[in-house]
Design a protein around this ligand. Sequence first.
Ligand code: XIL
Length: 366
Amino acid sequence: MLKKLFSTIVLWVSSLLFLAMDAHTQEQANIPSLWETFTPMFDIGVAVEPHLLNDENTPHILRHYRSLTAENCMKPNALYRPDGRGHFEPADRLVAFAKEHGLRLRGHTLVWHNQTPAGFFTDEAGNQLDKEALYARMEAYMTCVMEHFRDVVYCWDVVNEALADGGEETYRVESPWYKICGKEFLLRAFQTAHRIDPDVRLYYNDYGLLNPDKRAKAVAMLKELLAADAPIFGVGIQGHWDIHTFSPQELQKTIDAFAELGLDVQITELDMSVHHPGNREAPDGEKWEYTSEIEARQAEVYAQVFEVLCRNADRISSVTFWGISDQYSWRNYFPKKNRPDYALPFDRNWSPKKGFYSIVESFPKF
Ligand code: XIL
């Protein structure tokens, strides 16, 4: 008798679970696909890590994105080896996935002050390289990496984040690249990349470009590079924004400024934090909730973003979200550790959020 009751309960519980799961799968199957929605306008991409390409995530990734960026595994700290042969194993899993499914792949990133091993800038004895030796290393590294990914990567973020955030300085003067070579490293990087692969599209990529001062620095830098015939194809506006300070007017001005220089524009790392920028936030331990009002506000801001992007579709070739879902977003640990964020269109369970719907409905509302 007890046994029968027990098995009836088990049956009920599992049917309920099955129905719940089925509703979730149904919901997933019925929502529009992001990349299909925006394909007439621009590519929709996503940043991934190779270990996330599993049975749970793959169907969603394939349904919504048609371009991939390596969130970490194609950066110098992942690829660089002093013997010059490159550490390609994790990145090659991404490459195999992109090839198997016919996805485009953005290369991210070659020349950066961050996530580059200290040994990249020193000789075997630990002494800092001089300018010529660093250029030789740059060339050797780029050759190794760009040749390796040549048949699959269609564009490279050649230089990442070379501009200073505030103050009078145009460039990030504390970068080892700048310290050793001065601003000339930018021109050298683009020339070298172009010599290695004349067909691949070359981008300058940075954050904070909606800020009028930093935008002005970017424009001045790009003008100087273009005047020196640097083979730059476009600019990556990273797009690590937040719901408190994002301004559609500033986004429009930034797109205008780069397009007027004849450059292609991509949004390369889109996410929309619900927290204030920087570390300013409720003190540690204070209860904070992602309420439906905040979710709705985030949806409004995402709609503003995509309205501007759609309006400028002829100048924008790709829009990439920085992370597959809230579960894996770097905003959960940056700029503040252990502070959950909710920056992407999908929640931790791959369910579409209000922001997802406002994004797809923004096409084209004008
Ligand atoms: C971030 C990754 O998302 C994190 O996983 C990693 O710990 C740090 O780097 N600008 C960039 C990206 O160009 O490469 C950065 O990615 C986010 C800021």
